[in-house]
Ligand binder design. Structure first.
Ligand code: SAH
Length: 215
């Protein structure tokens, strides 16, 4: 018998998110709206609402629900934003950002994962404002810049300069920065050409590859 996904989703939002301090009601509502089980490979579906990252193939994972929520919350989205999501993976994070902003461009390096993300977004009816592109997102995606917000779901050795360049003034970038094994989740705000940054938490993400990541 299939688990009752709606009940599991509600429990995830209450225990893993609200219970750990995620307070933005729009973020909580978005995580309640998107069916995470539709973004997890069939063989791992029972793990859809686990408090962990879940493998999605190609050595990659769909981020832990709490991380997706924390990253979305730190972007302080109102609903009008153009957002760049780096590392589409399953498409789940992009779907959540699609509920919170106006338009999402999600860029993925691995062709097979871009296809997986597109299929998942299509099946869940999210392609109206979420587009998946294949490419190296460590240098951003200049074609749709500037962005009000950029979310990077893979860890970089340092903040890629091109991502800052492609942010609009007062735009925000959330990105894990550090070593391959542990990182700080940083929120960087662009202000009149300069930047302010703060650390949200310690974390461990898969490595960002490409020109602005680890080669
Ligand atoms: N946000 C995703 C999970 C991201 S996992 C989700 O919700 O499912 C990190 C992803 O970043 C992986 O799919 C990996 O292939 C991708 N990635 C790594 N380096 C990249 C790069 N330079 N450009 C685009 N995607 C990259």
């Amino acid at each position: 018998m299939n688990p009752d996904w709606a009940t599991e989703r509600k429990r995830m939002v209450d225990q893993q998110l609200r219970g750990r301090g995620i307070a933005d009601e729009r973020v909580l509502a978005a995580m309640l709206e998107i069916p995470r089980e539709e973004f997890v490979p069939l063989e791992s579906r029972v793990l859809s609402y686990a408090d962990d990252p879940v493998p999605i193939g190609f050595g990659q994972t769909i981020s832990q629900p709490y991380m997706t929520a924390l990253m979305a919350e730190s972007l302080k989205l109102k609903g009008t934003e153009t957002i760049l999501d780096v590392g589409a993976g399953s498409g789940y994070g992009a779907a959540v950002l699609g509920v919170l902003g106006a338009r999402v461009i999600s860029i993925e390096l691995v062709e097979g994962l871009a296809q997986f993300a597109r299929r998942n977004l299509q099946r869940t009816g999210r392609t109206g404002n979420v587009t998946v592109i294949v490419g190296d997102g460590s240098v951003g995606y200049a074609e749709s810049a500037p962005y009000d917000a950029i979310s990077v779901g893979a860890a970089a050795p340092e903040t890629p300069a091109k991502l800052i360049d492609q942010l609009r003034d007062s735009g925000r970038l959330v990105i894990p920065v550090g070593t391959r094994k542990d990182q700080s989740l940083m929120v960087i705000t662009k202000k009149k050409g300069g930047t302010n940054s703060r650390t949200v938490t310690q974390c461990r993400f898969v490595p960002l590859r490409g020109a602005g990541g680890w080669r």
